[in-house]
Design a protein around this ligand. Structure first.
Ligand SMILES: NC(=O)c1ccc[n+]([C@@H]2O[C@H](COP(=O)([O-])OP(=O)(O)OC[C@H]3O[C@@H](n4cnc5c(N)ncnc54)[C@H](O)[C@@H]3O)[C@@H](O)[C@H]2O)c1
Length: 362
């Protein structure tokens, strides 16, 4: 890579790609090229970022850039990323990495063969509130994790090329896998299509985490009256709720629980079979830092230095395997085992730049 400014092409200036353009344009020594097939999207970007460069196709600018961010609809991720990777360009791909396991494997293999950085945009793994939640879990104060429940609901943006599981659940899959330092070994799904004929718009997933010896439940919906972004971790001793929409109490730790109680005396036969423990509700201070900014800064650093990112392509492949298993589970109505052919990246030491996950609890 040449010294001085790094030239990054953001491919897809839609809802999310435009945020990458904003964040990357704010970083020192980053020159942004906006690529979109729709002229209006280029004109919108030109109005805000006159210093940027613009193009209708990645191929047209490949020789004039150093790295690529792919923020197109998921069905286009594989072709664009393969193009960038084969040209030796470090690439950050939005979630989900691809729309099939085969495509994800091709991209991971291509990046390895070409010795280029491949990173997946699992934004919540760059979220200080998620780091704090992991710190709390790892400190053991919640006790044994009984289960995790995640909800990502709103009157959402219906997608053309993927169902609600592939669109929204990558976030929760990456969060729970990161929190537990494990990846799901089996998935069961219930999903329904309420609007239109194409894709399920409401889904519930059950994920088994063998090594962490616990379960996670994920509820995703494009058809919900209010916006909910919550992860609840239920431990044997305490419980924690991460509410991504809260301004100043994004994590609350509840010092409450339930213990079993033997009721032997006949006179107490109507007593509860459990006893309740109640205590304080506390909320740790979490300084707000925009996760996308932390993520993209980490990508720039990895692209400059060739360092393995904290969320490498392999991690994107892990999540795509779970999503593909969810398709089989949905089609068969059965619980599906997920075979990861290697140790999970989350079990491997993290070698990324400290800046991106500071203070990283792992
Ligand atoms: N990390 C997050 O929190 C987050 C949030 C939302 C979306 N996303 C992801 O970002 C990606 C984009 O989603 P979106 O909601 O912004 O979609 P979008 O439809 O709003 O935007 C996609 C853009 O890509 C352009 N495009 C399509 N094919 C192209 C090509 N071959 N070359 C150049 N431009 C092309 C379209 O014209 C459009 O402007 C998806 O993978 C989505 O899952 C991530």
């Amino acid at each position: 890579m040449r010294s001085g400014s790094i030239r990054i092409a953001v491919v897809g200036n839609g809802y999310w790609g435009s945020k990458h353009v904003r964040v990357l344009s704010s970083l020192p020594d980053v020159d942004v090229t906006v690529v979109d097939v729709v002229d209006e999207r280029l004109a919108e970007a030109a109005a805000y970022y006159p210093a940027a460069r613009f193009a209708r196709s990645l191929e047209d600018v490949l020789d004039d850039i150093d790295a690529v961010v792919v923020a197109t609809p998921p069905a286009e991720h594989c072709v664009l990323t393969a193009l960038a990777s084969e040209a030796g360009k470090p690439t950050l791909v939005e979630k989900p990495l691809t729309t099939s396991v085969e495509e994800a494997e091709i991209l991971v293999e291509s990046a390895e063969r070409n010795g280029t950085v491949l990173m997946v945009g699992h934004t919540f793994e760059y979220n200080p509130a998620v780091w704090k939640l992991k710190e709390i879990i790892q400190a053991g104060s919640l006790g044994r994790i009984l289960y995790i429940n995640a909800q990502r609901l709103s009157l959402g943006r219906y997608q053309r090329d993927v169902n609600v599981v592939w669109d929204l659940a990558p976030h929760d899959l990456s969060i729970v896998s990161y929190l537990l330092d494990d990846i799901p070994s089996a998935a069961a799904v219930w999903a329904d299509r309420n609007i239109g004929i194409r894709h399920a718009d409401v889904a519930y997933l059950r994920l088994d985490f063998e090594r962490a010896a616990t379960h996670a439940f994920i509820h995703v919906s494009w058809l919900n009256p209010n916006k909910v972004r919550q992860v609840t971790v239920v431990g044997e001793r305490k419980m924690a709720v991460y509410d991504d929409l809260s301004d100043n109490e994004r994590i609350r730790v509840y010092d409450i629980g339930v213990d079993p109680r033997d009721v032997d005396e006949p006179g107490a036969s109507h007593a509860m079979p459990v006893s309740y423990r109640t205590g304080d509700i506390t909320s740790p201070y979490i300084q707000f830092q925009e996760p996308l900014l932390l993520q993209d800064r980490h990508f720039v650093e990895c692209a400059r230095t060739g360092t393995q990112p904290n969320t490498p392509g392999q991690r994107g492949l892990d999540i795509v395997r779970v999503l593909a298993a969810s398709d089989v589970a949905l089609a068969t109505g059965r619980r599906v085992d997920i075979h990861h052919n290697r140790p999970s990246m989350s079990l491997l030491p993290i070698v990324g730049h400290a800046d991106a996950r500071e203070p990283h609890p792992a």
